[in-house]
Write a protein that binds this ligand. Structure first.
Ligand SMILES: Cc1cc2nc3c(=O)[nH]c(=O)nc-3n(C[C@H](O)[C@H](O)[C@H](O)COP(=O)(O)O)c2cc1C
Length: 175
């Protein structure tokens, strides 16, 4: 959290502290592969989630392919007319967004499709727009990079991504 954003810092800090010391870590895992349980993405997830559970975390997992998440329409209503809420769609993001905001840690596992993430994973990321502020600041830890700060009214989890590539050449997979 950047030093210039005390509002966000305060809200995030207090919730994080309460979560860290009083209750188990809440992990939300999303698998972006259409191959569901049989996917390589799930092979990557299974030991990670098992380890997290062993360490006391509470884990919730969804397959994005089983959810209906529409693409962002770019209307910016979630920043203007209906702050924090998508005005364009009533779909499974209504279920997922509160879970994202309640999580301490978000894990995304997905296959590489055409050097990047599958469209359904991208749609999910687009629909996180209401969780960031409309303005841009220097990135707190990456010099020369700009970013949107987390919205003051929400608490976004830390997260990590696990892409499951298929092609053997590092020069193809890592582009
Ligand atoms: C449409 C499509 C595009 C793909 N593009 C890439 C790619 O750019 N790089 C790569 O390494 N693998 C690519 N692959 C291979 C998948 O990433 C690979 O099979 C992956 O392990 C599948 O993971 P999953 O079992 O979790 O679905 C592609 C596969 C498909 C179906």
């Amino acid at each position: 959290m950047p030093a210039g954003c005390p509002r966000s810092q305060g809200l995030r800090g207090s919730r994080r502290e309460a979560t860290r010391y009083n209750s188990p870590m809440q992990v939300l895992a999303l698998n972006g592969s259409p191959r569901l349980e049989e996917s390589n993405s799930q092979c990557l997830l299974n030991p990670l989630l098992a380890g997290m559970q062993e360490a006391g975390a509470e884990v919730t997992q969804h397959y994005l392919a089983q959810l209906s998440i529409n693409y962002c329409t770019g209307c910016f209503s979630c920043w203007t007319r209906t702050p924090g809420r998508c005005a364009a769609w009533r779909d499974d993001m209504d279920l997922l967004l509160p879970q994202v905001l309640a999580a301490d840690f978000l894990v995304l596992s997905f296959p590489l499709y055409v050097y990047t993430m599958p469209a359904r994973v991208k749609a999910f990321l687009e629909r996180l727009l209401p969780t960031i502020e409309p303005w841009i600041i220097p990135h707190p830890t990456r010099p020369g990079v700009s970013t949107h700060p987390a919205a003051a009214t929400v608490s976004r989890p830390s997260w990590s991504c696990y892409p499951a590539p298929g092609w053997p050449s590092p020069s193809i997979s890592a582009r």
